[in-house]
Write a protein that binds this ligand. Structure first.
Ligand code: GDP
Ligand code: IMO
Ligand code: MG
Length: 430
């Protein structure tokens, strides 16, 4: 069996959607395993743009099975809306090509209300969440009071679970000065969507096991990025799931040996949406240049993404945390025209040199990046499809990154378009 996991190696928005779309031509199954509709994955195919939140990026291709795994938190409203929207764009979505894990937890309207209330309660120190109920839904899952897709098949059990869940949440909502939510209201909302949602539901791990036995190629589509991982990221300024490659196993029910190749998706510079530390952030005209040229506005919330230089320490850490065998380097074209490009090769903390990003939020905010400057290039790399089309300085930049992060570049992306991609080593053949 040949299978690839696509993992974000920075703070998300590295271009996972584009790379998953490109790789999905070689795959039979594309599966999401964590996160929810906080993700925003962009695909551009012949000038037509698709923005996917919950649906795996393989959905746009014919004859591929898309699976939403047990590790994903699913808003029934958002999922059904997204299905409708992509269908309107001419994409086929049916129970034939989309399978929703019955074990996935559901995001309810109360989770969104709590996400908003908790952000307000954090006062001057918010996380800057997408306010889509991701955190509160995962909280309920871990607290064992969550509602899962399979519960929709058992209305009596669902009603009991909602009564118990709302007894807990209504205390909180009251404390936040919000109106209590009646479990009957949530029940009615869910039951109205249940038939549609259940038409896609099934036992995902069994289907994946079957695919594995048949020798099918599976593509695991990660959401967010390593520095947003609940354990390994810039805690508490993170999302509420594990975003590292290991999550591909627990979030689908496939064994840890199911993933043969871990591909880290890596932007040629760094961006971050939301609050939290960011050592190489540029609050100057270069940061503005990267943001404008890279069109760095959040896919989900429309917020301006913070921009900065490439941080090799952080990406090397991501390579190790997920066992990335190679990276897909994206948005190289955004650096075109810069006289000089800086790369963070280490940190300084209290006069000492660090070659890793420390775990404490205090230290993470205090480290000073140590830069090395390399010469930029004036030629355009936009749309390049071969190494030969790249200026020598751009190749030098890529080679230096490989050396610093201790992983090879397997793919290179030079525009949002599907085919503006250079394949160095096919991850499916490795
Ligand atoms: P994801 O969340 O990792 O899937 O990334 P997003 O879709 O949120 O953000 C990446 C953005 O960069 C999208 O608008 C893509 O269309 C765009 N993009 C991807 N690869 C490239 C590239 O190589 N060059 C340029 N200029 N844009 C790219
Ligand atoms: P993709 O898959 C970038 C960020 C939010 C916030 C933090 C917590 O498109 O790369 P949450 O709503 O998850 O509780 O927010 O995580 N965040 C992302 N940033 N890309 C994403 O997804 C993100 N998903 C969540 O901005 O800082
Ligand atoms: Mg995104």
């Amino acid at each position: 069996m040949s299978s690839v996991a696509v993992i974000g190696s920075q703070w998300g928005d590295e271009g996972k959607g584009k790379i998953v779309d490109w790789l999905s031509s070689r795959a039979d199954v594309v599966v999401r395993f964590q996160g929810g509709h906080n993700a925003g994955h962009t695909l551009v195919i012949d000038g037509k743009e698709y923005k996917l939140n919950l649906l795996p990026s393989g959905i746009v291709r014919k004859n591929k099975l898309s699976i939403i795994g047990n590790g994903v938190v699913v808003s029934p409203t958002a999922l059904l809306k997204e299905i409708k929207a992509v269908k309107e764009k001419g994409v086929e979505v049916s129970p034939e090509n989309l399978l929703l894990s019955e074990s996935a937890n559901l995001i309810l309207s109360v989770h969104i209300a709590l996400d908003e209330a908790m952000e307000i309660a954090r006062g001057g120190n918010p996380i800057g969440t997408t306010k889509r109920g991701i955190g509160p839904c995962y909280e309920d899952k871990i607290a064992r009071r969550g509602v899962r897709v399979c519960d929709l098949r058992h209305p009596d059990v669902l009603r009991e679970k909602l009564e118990s869940m709302m007894r807990h949440h209504n205390i909180l909502l009251k404390a936040y000065g919000l109106d209590a939510v009646s479990p009957d209201k949530v029940y009615d909302e869910l039951m109205a969507l249940a038939p549609d949602l259940l038409s896609y539901a099934g036992v995902a791990w069994l289907k994946l096991d079957e695919a594995k036995t048949e020798g099918k190629k599976i593509l695991f589509e990660g959401a967010q990025g390593t520095m947003l991982d609940i354990d390994h990221g810039t805690y508490p300024f993170v999302t509420s799931s594990n975003t590292v490659a290991a999550s591909a196993s627990s979030g689908t029910g496939m064994g840890v040996n199911a993933v043969k190749y871990v591909l880290g998706i890596t932007k040629a510079y760094t961006t971050r949406v939301g609050t939290g530390p960011f050592p190489t952030e540029l609050n100057d005209e270069t940061g503005e240049f990267l943001g404008q040229k890279g069109k760095e506005f959040g896919t989900v919330t429309g917020r301006k993404r913070r921009c900065g230089w490439f941080d090799a320490v952080l990406v090397r850490q991501a390579v190790k945390l997920s066992g990335m065998q190679g990276i897909a380097l994206t948005k190289l074209d955004v650096l075109d025209g810069l006289d000089e490009i800086k790369i963070c090769v280490g940190y300084e903390l209290d006069g000492k040199r660090l070659d890793y990003y420390p775990p404490s939020q205090v230290d993470q905010a205090r480290v000073k990046p140590v830069y090395e400057a390399v010469e930029g290039w004036k030629e355009s790399t936009y749309g390049a499809r071969t190494w030969a089309a790249l200026p020598a300085q751009a190749i030098k930049y890529v080679r230096y990154i490989e050396e610093l992060i201790e992983a090879p570049v397997s793919m290179l992306s030079t525009s949002p378009e599907r085919d503006d991609t250079i394949l160095v080593r096919d991850p499916f053949l490795d």
